[in-house]
Design a protein around this ligand. Structure first.
Ligand code: ADQ
Length: 467
């Protein structure tokens, strides 16, 4: 391999000062690219009246960022449209929120073509291309059409849903067929991989040639599960930083004689925030003796504000958090703090470190990196307890968390009580197993496993026609 070319919708090269932008994908790729003198290609985040394909390049921290501007209509149809109003809700089991609009579909194809046309001239003979996430599923197809024969891999950061959901997409066949233009497609968990295989078997009359190799649409495709991790070493270093310590002290002082319960999520309906708030409310109602012993802090910076479903959930959360505090607060005390702000990662590490409970209860989540960050930030001598949704991809690896059904306020309330009263030996025992896996299955292991599989000889070079 000459260079690794990473392609994702947004490009966030590491600034190295702990102030990286929010978003699990950005965090993971920044860490992954550190070791390669790689190129990171994607949208600049800017719009222009007319698409020109002009490339902006900048080298930051050993990574060359190459970005391109899009038109306003691209943003509406491709990013806010097909990606975030069609694929995101559907792949998170919210078919009720999914919009099916042919203009979105066209915009999605157009932007993927524009990306391919801008990227193709940059690709050297031995470069390996690694495409990320649901915004760019058809990118390999567009690159192949332009004669790019390099190895191209794709990693899906969100769930691949059950077959019955995928068929809701008006052009699901074309979308899945375009995935066969990759050499390797990676999923977060074996469950998502199986769901994809099931689709191919049922809808494409495909077959599993051998484990991890599918035949469909007359072609072969390697597939695999590559659970993403965090940069555990860097996170541990950040946990010891002066900013993290200051934040931890601040939070500890703000919660004397009380246990801190913390949630950190982008404000997204898939993260189960409403259900979590109801779970906390139920806990307060059911446990009058423990009420004054806890403070719940929910950090949820707003995201995707141009999409109506996000505006609506924001309104509902404001109402619910107000209701909980109005019902249970006293003159000297309030049970709930709800903050719509971004924090530096070192500050987040400090907040996690001060918490007795990490409450991570998405309704669906490809993986969930907050769960792993929470574990990495704990004090080994007196660790907090992770409460984790069984519907997060991370639940597979994190069986020593308290696993809950995020849809059930009673389940969440019971787990909160259990976590609050849990004795130190049990907390240490559970944390140790979790921490071992967070360290072992970190972002470097994820990257190495994917890149090794993509560059391995068994992966067919495309176009691979099967007769
Ligand atoms: P996300 O849906 O963004 O990622 P997640 O994996 O939890 O979800 O990552 C969120 C990241 O943003 C974490 O690193 C967290 O620390 C950070 N963050 C959240 N709130 C913050 C705040 N207020 N201030 C600063 N940082 C904040 C998508 C998928 C996930 C998958 C990742 C990576 O939806 O399922 O785990 O990609 O593959």
């Amino acid at each position: 391999m000459n260079r690794l070319i990473v392609v994702s919708n947004r490009v966030n090269p590491p600034s190295g000062d702990g102030e990286e932008t929010v978003g699990g994908l950005a965090m993971a790729l920044a860490a992954a690219l550190k070791e390669y003198s790689g190129v990171w290609f994607g949208w600049s985040g800017r719009t222009v009246p007319k698409f020109t394909g002009e490339l902006h390049t900048e080298t930051v921290g050993g990574v060359t960022a190459a970005t391109v501007d899009l038109e306003e209509v691209d943003l509406d149809e491709y990013y806010n449209g097909y990606a975030n109003k069609t694929l995101w809700p559907l792949f998170h089991y919210r078919a009720d929120l999914a919009a099916f609009d042919r203009a979105f579909d066209k915009g999605y194809t157009r932007v993927n073509r524009r990306f391919a046309e801008t990227l193709a001239p940059l690709v050297g003979r031995d470069d390996v291309i690694w495409v990320h996430d649901y915004h760019l599923i058809p990118l390999a197809k567009e690159l192949r059409a332009l004669g790019v024969t390099n190895r191209i891999g794709f990693f899906l950061h969100i769930p691949w849903p059950a077959h019955q959901l995928v068929v809701n997409l008006p052009r699901h066949r074309q979308l899945v067929e375009s995935m066969f233009d990759y050499d390797l497609v990676g999923f977060q968990t074996a469950e998502y991989q199986q769901a994809f295989e099931e689709y191919v078997l049922n809808e494409a009359d495909g077959q599993v040639v051998r484990p991890g190799c599918l035949k469909g649409y007359g072609r072969l495709l390697e597939v695999g599960a590559y659970p993403i991790g965090i940069d555990a070493a860097d996170f541990a270093r950040m946990t010891r930083s002066s900013r993290a310590r200051r934040m931890r002290d601040l939070m500890t002082a703000a919660t004397v004689f009380r246990h801190l319960i913390v949630g950190v999520d982008r404000l997204d309906y898939s993260k189960g925030l409403e259900e979590r708030f109801l779970g906390f409310e139920h806990f307060l109602a059911q446990n009058p003796d423990l009420r004054r012993e806890v403070l719940m802090l929910q950090i949820a910076p707003v995201s995707r504000e141009a999409v109506e479903a996000y505006q609506e959930i924001r309104g509902r959360l404001d109402t619910l958090s107000g209701r909980i505090n109005a019902e249970y607060s006293d003159v000297d005390w309030a049970p709930f703090r709800y903050v719509n702000k971004n924090y530096r990662r070192d500050e987040l590490a400090g907040i996690y470190g001060a918490a007795r409970v990490g409450l991570v209860t998405p309704l669906r989540d490809g993986m969930n990196l907050v769960a792993k960050e929470f574990v990495a930030a704990q004090n080994p001598e007196d660790p907090g307890v992770l409460i984790l949704s069984r519907f997060a991809g991370a639940a597979r690896q994190m069986q020593d968390a308290l696993l809950v059904n995020p849809n059930s306020p009673e389940d969440v309330a019971d787990a909160l009580k259990r976590a609050i009263v849990m004795e130190r030996p049990e907390r240490i025992r559970r944390w140790r197993t979790l921490f071992d896996s967070v360290q072992r299955e970190d972002v470097t292991a994820w990257r190495d496993a994917f890149v090794a599989a993509l560059t391995a000889r068994t992966v067919p070079l495309k176009p691979a026609l099967v007769v």
